[in-house]
Design a protein around this ligand. Structure first.
Ligand code: SF4
Length: 214
């Protein structure tokens, strides 16, 4: 397993590689961010960003989306995977925000997770990016990079990855670390063809060493 000191060194290197890492889903309000993150499950941010301008132009807030016709919402998001269930979830989420939360997003992880389609990762992303509440959302990139770098056991669950990262990284850096690890995983240490031979992290990475000598 990687030591804490070495992992922090790696994070510094990744910070230099991606100094402007940020959330790539477009939204104008916390509500729209929540909807975009729900839509992004098992889909690319690019694909979501193509669909949401028309969706948000017609249904900019929970009040309007709660009253939407599901077939209309489906037609607006049909380019996104799993759009049938996502259309149902975002309308139901808008309804719950109106009926249970006075049209406001709760600033609380447990309450957010009561909304349809909102899991731990989505709640962490929204709390961090919309309200600046520290958290580390573990998506597929964060999980893969953490395992390749042996910060956690290969068998670690998403929650174990999140707990370990929160233990090692100072709280003030949680949100930005989440974005940096996503950029690193999305644009450099990719699932199918990680750029190991060009990687400044290679001296610390057994996974990359093995790949490089194959
Ligand atoms: Fe990823 Fe390869 Fe770099 Fe390791 S050396 S972090 S596997 S790109």
């Amino acid at each position: 397993m990687l030591s804490k000191a070495n992992f922090l060194k790696i994070l510094d290197i990744i910070a230099e590689m991606f100094p402007r890492a940020h959330g790539e889903l477009r939204s104008d309000t916390p509500f729209q961010m929540l909807i975009a993150v729900i839509l992004s499950a098992q889909a690319t941010d690019k694909g979501v960003n193509k669909a949401t301008p028309a969706l948000f132009a017609k249904y900019p807030d929970s009040k309007s989306l709660a009253l939407a016709d599901i077939s209309d919402v489906e037609s607006l998001i049909k380019t996104i995977g799993l759009y049938h269930s996502k259309a149902k979830n975002i309308i139901r989420t808008a309804e719950m925000l109106e009926t249970d939360f006075g049209g406001e997003l709760p600033h609380d992880k447990d309450l957010l997770q009561k909304l349809p389609g909102v899991g731990r990762k989505t709640a962490n992303v929204v709390l961090g990016d919309a309200f600046g509440i520290p958290g580390i959302a573990v998506d597929t990139h964060v999980e893969r990079v953490s395992k390749r770098l042996q910060l956690v056991k290969q068998s670690a669950t998403v929650t174990e990855v999140e707990d370990k990262l929160m233990k090692v990284v100072p709280e003030s850096e949680w949100v930005v670390t989440h974005h940096r690890l996503i950029f690193f995983g999305r644009y450099h240490c990719t699932a199918r063809s990680p750029k190991c031979t060009l990687c400044p992290v290679l001296p610390y990475c057994k996974f990359g060493e093995k790949l490089s000598i194959q």
